[in-house]
Design a protein. Sequence first.
Length: 220
Amino acid sequence: MDKNHRDVMKRIRDLTAQNIAVEKMFVQSTYLNKQGHSQPMYYMNRDGFTLLVVGFTGKKALNFKLKYIEAFNSMENQIRNYGGFQIPNNMSEALQLAANQAKEMEEMRPKALFAEAVQTSKTDILVGQLAKILKQNGIDIGANRLFNWLRENGYLIKQQGMNFNTPTQKAMDLKLFRIKENTIVHSDGHTTINKTPKVTGIGQVFFVNKFLKDDKPVFG
């Protein structure tokens, strides 16, 4: 903060003299200066540092205060958006609150596991693999139904032919799939190319949001 050591020491002494609770935030000690003389100093915890800086002026002190206000506002917004803290008034309310919280955590657990699995995935996966992960996390769907949903919603081509079940241009533009091509040599010598759609990391996150939001997809 570019403050003179002597001024900082005086500020700390003034703070500790004003309120006994502040004394716990600062511990007086000594250090040896360049001349080898013992000089007073203070150790402080985070609360003590915050209390000390709030009283300072200058550009660096102002930046600290602005960040402190930003953090406080962020906390307030989180409480407002996701619900404040409930304080039970008696044992009955405490037990009911604990039961409600346990139920909410259990309901959220499949979504949390699924989101974590997708977030940590670093490889492309087959559509059937995505269906299995969804099934394990409470989405009632198999590979065939997932393929059908992807076709009906414009992510895979549904017209019969050589491009059947390959990604649509929309899906490719969104980088939801990659196409794996395999060359197959038939007994008569001719070759064909087999195209397999694989869900990218971006695609996995995209479809996670589709399947886990409140208005879940409806399967035919």
